[in-house]
Design a protein around this ligand. Structure first.
Ligand SMILES: *Cc1c(COP(=O)(O)O)cnc(C)c1O
Length: 377
């Protein structure tokens, strides 16, 4: 069976994890966490990056830093992972869903303004497949309406919009290092901070509401409970695993991009013949080969393709049942405007196997099976 995903492993992870164990420094915020934070700051240009236990938790921290209160509204796409909404709903906010653009599957920036009310506090663009949302337009709307912007850049590490790293454009950005993402620590994430005023509070929230970070820097002589917080810092064991991969980030990036490009080239003729649609990367967006998807004619054809692939030992998957149609989405959210593309486009999309180390042989087999499927259609 050709799996849909294999978590990345470059080889140095074991050495670094052993180092953590031998030094008996397994709790959070040690040497490897610091190395990861610095690596991410240097790579993205973010003022401050804090490694977290997940992207969900990084987004929860952003919701706390935005001071989201019960009754506030937060605008986001419905075509996203549940965490985007959960982080704000946990604080009592209502998720206000807006339709997506059919080309990138990202929030339709032209439909955001109509969803704004006097309760709106923030906009949460999700950079689907590591392809940026129209951030200039979104930041302009946020500025004019005095709203905060939290980028769900779970899939967007190493991607850019007009030269800027995803996650660094809004007030807050969140990365994921889940095992399905380009770089992994099993479960983990990072919060990217832009505004100096948020940094100290973010450190406090992440450390159970204490000013422990300041204490460790020698800025105060004892630490105490100063705010409401939680425990959002990962173990050094996880950070060590991630650091091994960040050190070889380009190698992983190049390998994925090579697979992505080969898929794209191979399926051009099917797209030209009008049988499928291929991903669209808008001008100004550099992506990270997080995902390769194709769009079938409709839901029925997609189910047939997934079954056909399975018969041929290939795992293809779809995802994101639109949040506004889910039980919790109905309870905690509302869809603003009309669902023109969210449901329709999500039903056509299928993801092909793409991971670091996908062999040429397996890659060629996936291409052949898709081509065979469409040969008589
Ligand atoms: C993976 C993902 C998340 C959640 O990441 P975790 O690290 O598992 O919490 C959130 N949003 C999007 C768009 C994702 O793809």
């Amino acid at each position: 069976m050709i799996p849909f995903n294999v978590p990345p492993f470059v080889g140095t992870e074991t050495k670094y994890i052993n180092d953590v164990i031998e030094k008996r420094k397994i709790c959070g915020d040690g040497e490897y966490t610091k190395k990861c934070n610095e690596w991410l700051e240097n790579k993205t240009g973010s003022a401050k990056v804090l490694l977290t236990t997940s992207c969900t938790h990084a987004t929860e921290m952003a919701a706390l830093l935005c001071d989201i209160q019960p009754g506030d509204e937060v605008i986001m796409p419905s075509y996203t992972f549940v965490s985007t909404a959960d982080a704000f709903v946990l604080r009592g906010a209502k998720a206000v869903f807006v339709d997506i653009r059919p080309d990138t599957m990202n929030i339709d920036e032209t439909k955001i303004e109509a969803a704004i009310t006097d309760k709106t506090k923030a906009i949460v663009p999700v950079h689907y497949a590591g392809v940026s949302c129209e951030m200039d337009a979104i930041m302009d709307i946020a500025k004019r309406h005095n709203l905060l912007v939290v980028e769900d850049a779970a899939q967007g590490i190493m991607s850019t919009y007009k030269g800027k790293a995803l996650g660094t454009i809004g007030d807050f950005g969140a990365f994921s290092f889940h095992e399905t993402k380009n770089y992994s620590m099993g479960e983990g994430g990072a919060l990217l901070l832009k505004n100096p005023k948020d940094i100290e509070l973010a450190e406090i929230i992440r450390e159970k509401g204490t000013n422990r970070a300041k204490f460790f820097r020698g800025q105060i002589d004892k630490y105490t409970w100063v705010e409401a917080g939680s425990s959002y810092l990962p173990s050094e064991l996880n950070a060590a695993y991630l650091y091994g991969q960040l050190e070889q980030a380009d190698k992983i990036f190049d390998d994925r991009m090579n697979s992505w490009n080969k898929y794209y080239e191979a399926f051009k003729d099917l797209a030209d013949a009008g049988k499928i649609e291929l991903p669209i990367i808008p001008e100004g967006c550099e992506h990270n080969a997080h995902m390769f998807y194709i769009k079938c004619k409709d839901l029925k054809e997609r189910s047939e393709l997934i079954s056909y692939a399975k018969e041929n030992d290939i795992l293809m998957v779809f995802h994101y049942i639109p949040l506004h149609t889910a039980p919790a989405g109905k309870k905690y959210g509302r869809f603003n405007g009309e669902d023109v593309y969210t449901t329709k486009e999500s039903e056509r999309l299928v993801r092909l196997p793409l991971y670091y180390g996908l062999t040429d042989e397996d890659h060629a087999k996936v291409i052949k099976v898709v081509k065979d499927f469409y040969a008589n259609r």
